[in-house]
Every structure is written in C-alpha cells, then in structure tokens.
Write a protein that binds this ligand. Structure first.
Ligand code: ARG
Length: 571
C-alpha cells in the first residue's frame, strides 16, 4: 500500500460526509509536511463556507491519529505528517515483499507497443534509438505490472523504394550485396541505389517494373526482397543485442504484413461513406484537422496511382491490433514530427468504429537528440550519425573509466562493467529528460559519477552491495525498523514512494518521473549513509539499518531494471 493511497482512502469518507457526496481529497507531496490535501478550498467555494473550517471538520471526522498528524494551514490546506510508527510498519512490509510494494494490476490489459521500427536497407538513426529505448522501458514496466504486452517492430519493409533496392542488389550480385548489408553498410547501399535512380533513366524504368513485379507477387522478386529484409533484420538484431533490449526476431512485424488488409480497409472506409476523392486520390477528411490556410487536411488512403502508403498501412495495422489481437491500449513510440499523422489515423479509426472507448491509442512522442552545438546530431561528414558508432563510443569511454577506477580488476570484468555503464548511461540520459523535449548528447555529463546519471545510481547500488560483502551477512527481513535520525526517516519515506511512482509512469509513460525518483532515493541514501553508521552500529539499530540499506539496493535495482539498465555488483 502506498502512502498517498492510504491517506486518500482515510480522508475520502470524511470529505464525502462534509460535502454530501464524493470528493477527491487531492493528496500530494508537500513542501511543508509529508503530504497535503487541497480539496477543502474548492469545496468551500461550492458550499459557501470558510475553507479552514472545512479542513478542520474533515480532520476531526477522519480520526487520522493512528497514521498521521494533520494540521490546518494557510488558506485551508491540510498538512499531513505520517507517524514514524506507520512509516516503520510500511517499510517492514516492503522489506518482506518481493514486489517492493508494487501490486500486480487488478485490471490487466492487452497492450500493443509499436516501437523501434527502423527501415530495411537504411541505417537506424538516433530517432530509432530513442524509440527503442523508451519502448523497451514501456514493455518492461507494463509487463512487470501484469499486463499482456505485445511487442511490435513495425519495420519499414514495403513500398516503392524496394524496386530500386532490388535492382541495385542485382547489379551488385547477391553475395556482394548480402555482405555489404550484414556488415551494416546500410546507408552506402541505400545511397548508391538512390544515386543510380536519380541519374539513370534505364535504372529508373527497371526499378518501376520491379515494384510492379513485387506487388504482383512475382516469385523471383519476392525472393530477392526477402533477402534484403533478412539481411537488414540480422543487422538490426546485432544493434538490439548491443543495446541490451528485449526485442527479438519474433517481434518483427513489418508494413508488408498488412498488405492483404489494405484493400479491405479502404473498401470499408468507402462503405462507411468516409471517402472523398481529392486530386485523384482517395482521402478521409477527419474533422478538426486543418492546414495553414484553414482548409481541411486529408489523410490519403489510396494514392492517385492506386497504391497504398504509410497512412493506409497504419489504419490496417490498428484495425488488426484492436479487432484480432484484442488490444485495449495501443502505444506508438515514434518521434514528435509524426504526431499529426497519428492523430489523424486515430481520428479516422474512431470515425470508422475501429477504435472505441475504453480502447485508446496513444502517441508516445519524443523530441530530438542534439549535438553539442545545439543542432540536430550530425556526423562529422554532415550525414546522420550511425547508431552503432554511438553505442560503441559509449562503451569504450565507460571501459576506460572503469579501468582507471579499478585497475586491479581483470579485463573480462572491466569489459562487462563498461558495457553495463556505457549502455546504461545512454539509455538513462534518454529516459531522464521529459521525452517531449530535445536533449543534448553530452558524454561528460551522462558518464559522470555525480548527478542524475546511470553511473551515479549504479555506483550507489554497488556501494550498498559492498557494505553487505563487508558485513558478511544479509539483512534480516524480520528486523524491527527503528527510525531514530531524521536522515533515517527521510530514507524510509522515499522507499515508501516507489509504488506511487511506478503507478504514475504506468499511465504517463513519462520515464523521467521514475529516474527522478531513483535519483532522489540514491541521494537520500547517501545522506543517510553519511549520518547513520550501519556496520558500526550495534544490535537492533544495526539490523534496522541493514534492512533500510538492502531495501534501497533492491529498489534501485528494480527501478533500473524497469528502464533496461543493468546493476553490476561492483564498480
Ligand atoms: N519506420 C518509421 C520511421 O522510421 C516508423 C514507424 C512507426 N510506426 C508506425 N506504426 N507508423 O519513421
């Protein structure tokens, strides 16, 4: 049970009595006490009574003495300070709980998470990095809470570029091409194809015919297409392994998978009377979407040449996810530039009845990664930055730092720690900024052992583990919790907040709320550790402090695990 909920449950009946109907007590963290309830102010306006009187009446009715002290303050807040006994009992419960107080959801849903989604024969860029990292965290968190999570890697594996890509593959020869692609030379492959397409009319014509053959299901063409897709998938899997995410080969479900459903989807829109022809294309004009000059914006579902594109594919995929997979929550982890596309897709799906409450679709959008100059991250040559290069650099830097700090460790251990720290640093830097915002890639800062970084939290974890190595014992889960020093109480209070934060992120998918919590927890632990001797304490106090330390380590480990970040035992 988390504290906010405990207090809310205790206050709600009292408010209901005073108001003559249900009222949300609005319990939140307070700068003046542990929590405050603000509901008396709005209620007072409604009842035409002084807010302080209402707050006092609620306080008296609620009889909170066994859990907290309550004080009317300011214009009519109720300041709530949890009693040490309540806090100690709660921490003891957490210590005995594998799930650290986080309940399995009482209302499990089927959630489809659409993320990563790079494009065949094209390099993954930093946008795909963000999608992969945020999507992986979403999958881990929702899965841990007991939802049925379906990972979908909506690979860009279909459409007109494949004509030119297949022709280029034929020009190179299959073996040669396969080699180039499996080495991750995706960009040079794509650029070379593109260059020929732009410069050479004969190549262009061959490419066009190849698209027709591909869409017509020509066996030889399909085989070449599969070769391209398979080589790219193999390459993407090496990136996922390096990035240490849970995506597997079974999660690829590219755009091509919906090919059969495109025709029926557009026919259904037609049957529902939603189609309009505009410039020869079949379009839906969902209400509320207008362009710069105020004219209605179309979602083009069938192009003038009869082909289907990105919007039709997303509509068919959405329909499949709700109707066939039974999903009630659809997440699309894609950069903010695609916001309008998704909002229009959702709006059309609602019009067509494919997306109905309580089922909902959410665009889990994110900003860009910027270079040190504050502009979009670019390579020295001015092209897009190769993702693998970025990950390798992070690991190399972290390995150097680890070696410098622990010269006595063997090389294999140094490499293992370096990987955990380097990849952890990249992921954490991404998850720790409000995802809607851009952020600057800053190696020094994200690998720093001070501040809101993965290495700081990993180090905090390993330090606690080393306390236990020195103690030579584990914490006794049945030990009584004593909250003597203010620093001790502050730590207990943070530990009690884990469940509330996880519950919040389940709704918002704003992972910076979780990183912020973990950072506060580690800082609070560090203050506790400075002021409260653990190994040098004795008797019950030592046992109690060992439990607090162990619970901190477990909470840090679980929290980082939900973000896809490893916690080495030593650093
Ligand atoms: N492949 C697309 C890109 O690289 C992202 C696809 C996102 N998912 C979706 N259902 N549209 O931009």
């Amino acid at each position: 049970m988390d504290l906010e909920k405990l207090l809310t449950d205790r206050l709600a009946p009292a408010f209901a009595t005073v108001a003559g109907g249900p009222v949300d007590p609005v319990v939140r963290r307070s700068p003046r006490a542990d929590f405050q309830s603000d509901a008396a102010l709005a209620l007072a306006r409604r009842l035409g009574r002084p807010p302080r009187d209402i707050a006092a009446e609620v306080r008296d009715l609620a009889a909170l003495d066994d859990v907290c002290t309550a004080e009317v303050s300011g214009p009519g807040f109720l300041n709530l300070t949890v009693t040490d006994r309540t806090l100690a009992a709660l921490v003891a419960d957490l210590a005995a709980d594998d799930r650290l107080g986080v309940p399995v959801t009482p209302a499990p849903e089927t959630v489809v998470v659409d993320y990563s989604a790079p494009n065949v024969a094209k390099e993954m860029h930093v946008g795909h990095l963000r999608s992969t990292v945020i999507g992986d965290a979403a999958v881990r968190l929702l899965d841990w809470l007991g939802h049925r999570v379906l990972r979908v890697n909506h690979l860009g594996d279909w459409g007109t570029p494949f004509g030119m890509l297949i022709e280029h593959l034929l020009d190179l020869g299959e073996t040669e091409a396969a080699q180039e692609l499996s080495m991750g030379d995706l960009d040079s492959f794509y650029t070379a194809a593109r260059r020929k397409f732009d410069a050479d009319e004969a190549f262009r014509e061959r490419s066009r015919q190849r698209v027709v053959a591909l869409q017509g299901g020509d066996e030889r063409t399909l085989r070449l297409w599969r070769l391209l897709v398979a080589q790219s998938e193999r390459y993407f899997l090496t990136v996922y392994a390096l990035l240490d995410v849970t995506l597997t080969a079974a999660d690829f479900r590219g755009e091509s998978a919906y090919d059969d459903r495109l025709g029926p989807t557009v026919e259904e829109l037609d049957r529902l009377g939603l189609l309009r022809t505009s410039d020869g294309a079949d379009c839906v004009f969902p209400p509320g979407f207008t362009g710069r000059d105020g004219e209605p914006l179309p979602l083009i579902v069938r192009k003038r040449d009869g082909g289907y594109g990105y919007p039709a594919t997303d509509l068919a995929a959405l329909r499949h996810r709700t109707a066939d997979l039974g999903a009630t929550r659809l997440l699309y982890v894609v950069g903010l530039p695609q916001r309008q596309h998704f909002e229009m897709v959702y709006a059309v799906a609602e019009l067509a009845g494919w997306l109905r409450s309580p089922t909902r679709a959410e665009h889990v959008g994110f900003g860009s990664i910027l270079g040190p100059d504050g502009r979009m991250l670019r390579s020295r040559a001015g092209g897009s930055v190769k993702l693998v290069g970025l990950l390798e650099e992070a690991v190399a830097r972290a390995v150097e730092l680890t070696r410098a700090k622990n010269p006595e460790l063997d090389e294999a251990t140094i490499t293992e720690i370096g990987r955990a720290v380097g990849i952890g640093a990249i992921k954490y830097a991404d998850l720790a900024t409000d995802r809607g915002r851009d952020y600057v890639l800053d190696w020094e800062r994200m690998l720093s052992l001070d501040g809101n970084t993965a290495p700081y939290l990993q180090y905090a974890y390993s330090r606690i583990r080393s306390v236990f190595r020195r103690a030579g014992t584990a914490a006794r889960p049945d030990a009584a919790i004593l909250l003597v020093e203010p620093a001790e109480r502050a730590l207990a209070f943070e530990l009690a907040g884990f469940a509330a934060v996880v519950g919040q992120v389940e709704r918002t998918l704003a992972f910076h709320q979780l990183t912020g919590y973990l950072y506060r927890l580690a800082s609070t632990f560090s203050a506790f550790y400075e002021r409260c001797p653990v190994l040098r304490a004795s008797g019950e106090l030592r046992d109690s402090r060992l439990v607090l330390a162990d619970l901190t380590a477990r909470t840090l480990r679980q929290g980082l695990h939900l973000l896809g970040i490893r916690t080495p035992e030593r650093m």
